[in-house]
Write a protein that binds this ligand. Structure first.
Ligand SMILES: O=c1ccn([C@@H]2O[C@H](COP(=O)(O)OP(=O)(O)O[C@H]3OC[C@@H](O)[C@H](O)[C@H]3O)[C@@H](O)[C@H]2O)c(=O)[nH]1
Length: 438
């Protein structure tokens, strides 16, 4: 989530605005290279207090399994004094925040405006985190309740079905000390002076309107806040490896910064890629219980795919890989960042979402924009190698109706969401900020 905030700072700095970024030290080290205007964007380190149960030394969500994030939220809340001190010393005109629901309490005292900036899709906020959802304080939300979208929700296709709602049950569980996830976000949005969302009217206009009317707040859109094209070249090892294949023939698979698969699902995934017969590059964290990806691979797999398939357990330069001429298909979890990167790339998209917002992003791509294929899962949320392979083949078979349809729709959207449109979002956003401050 920090990366799009930094992209926004870069866009504002491009137009002469300065900002101070409050982050744990480790995140500063990780993000430093994305700061394109160091004379205007200052990183200010925050010390992450220790919270019982949180692994020693944790600073970022990517340091820990997702089930520990509620403890990291508690640690973040305990940085409130540090944050208040910086606000008092720097007296900014505006503050952007997301889940730190207490920020408006500080800014109100100083007469500063606070903008709640959501970096996930508008649809995923609209379906669960609006007042009409009406999550009771005293009892956990049920699957049956989650299956019904809140009154007035503006889509019948961008919804969760059957077992998928389980991935949202966490909203009525504690997320920090004495506060549930729903209460946290509700308060963060309700107490803000304005809501900002990292999206476009062209794609999610109806969801943004709905959110604005639900909270009775102005909604400013920043556009997707895509990163500037990276200055560093793609690592040599991938340039060499990818150039050994025909244009558009390689399948690339990555699941973002948080997803760790169960070992058997990890094996099914790589077997599905093997089954396609196509060259493939997988960049995933080692699955649960494994220290490396190599030790978790199915028996004989490495020998069988030698020369055409690589499974890599580390970080790769996703954007640049998607741009490589040999890459033709992106198998993704459809995190909001990856969703946009896939939309702006030339690759066919095959989606295997894991978390609630990723499922909604997937529905949006597959059923509203019709630019992607979703891999079928069964009632137990298991996806088979056969289904994965079938989905990949359906988008990679140049003669198929599916492939032509997706390609054509994808081309239309990519052309519409051009650089000029993105810049106009930033200009309009700055106008909105001025109106709010004055
Ligand atoms: O190996 C990799 C993996 C990922 N990446 C980059 O890391 C970013 C991942 O961001 P995503 O939003 O797609 O996915 P994450 O899973 O990390 O995000 C998280 O926040 C956004 C939510 O929509 C997701 O549900 C949540 O998991 C992308 O910009 C991608 O290009 C790499 O550069 N290399």
């Amino acid at each position: 989530h920090m990366t799009p905030f930094l992209h926004l700072s870069n866009r504002l700095a491009e137009r002469g605005y300065s900002s101070t970024f409050l982050l744990p030290i480790k995140a500063i080290q990780q993000l430093q290279h994305l700061n394109l205007y160091p004379h205007l964007i200052t990183f200010h380190p925050l010390t992450v207090p220790h919270v019982e149960g949180l692994p020693e030394g944790t600073q970022n969500a990517s340091d820990i399994p997702i089930q520990f994030t509620y403890l990291l939220a508690a640690a973040m809340d305990r940085t409130r004094d540090q944050v208040e001190r910086v606000i008092r010393d720097t007296k900014p005109k505006l503050i952007f925040y997301d889940v730190a629901h207490w920020v408006p309490e500080i800014t109100k005292a100083f007469g500063i405006k606070a903008i709640n900036y959501s970096v996930v899709s508008a649809a995923s906020i609209a379906i669960v985190l609006v007042p009409a959802r009406n999550v009771p304080k005293d009892k956990p939300i049920t699957e049956a309740e989650l299956l019904v979208p809140p009154a007035g929700y503006p889509s019948s296709t961008v919804v969760l079905r059957g077992h998928e709602v389980r991935s949202l049950l966490f909203i009525s569980q504690p997320f920090g000390e004495g506060i549930t996830f729903y209460e946290r976000i509700y308060k963060a949005m309700k107490e803000s002076d304005a809501l900002a969302i990292r999206t476009c009217n062209e794609t999610e206009g109806k969801f943004c309107e709905y959110i604005g009317s639900q909270y009775g707040k102005p909604v400013f859109l920043t556009g997707p806040m895509l990163p500037e094209p990276p200055k560093m070249p793609l690592e040599d090892r991938w340039v060499k490896w990818l150039s050994g294949f025909q244009p558009g023939s390689v399948v690339f698979c990555a699941f973002g910064s948080q997803i760790v698969l169960e070992k058997n699902q990890f094996q099914e995934l790589v077997l599905g890629l093997e089954l396609t017969g196509l060259p493939f590059l997988v960049a995933l964290k080692p699955p649960m219980g494994a220290a490396t990806v190599e030790e978790a691979l199915p028996k004989g797999f490495e020998e069988r795919v030698k020369g055409r398939g690589v499974v890599w357990g580390g970080w790769v330069q996703q954007l640049m890989i998607l741009e490589h001429p040999s890459v033709g298909c992106f198998v993704s979890h459809c995190g909001f960042g990856s969703m946009w990167e896939s939309l702006m790339s030339d690759c066919r998209a095959v989606l295997i979402p894991h978390l609630g917002d990723q499922i909604l992003n997937t529905r949006f791509m597959a059923e509203e924009l019709k630019v992607a294929v979703e891999v079928v899962r069964d009632e137990k949320a298991w996806f088979s190698k056969e289904n994965l392979s079938k989905s990949i083949k359906s988008v990679m078979d140049k003669g198929s109706v599916m492939c032509s349809m997706l390609k054509e729709n994808h081309r239309k959207w990519r052309e519409m969401l051009n650089k000029g449109l993105m810049n106009s979002y930033v200009d309009k956003f700055i106008e909105n900020m001025h109106e709010l401050v004055n």
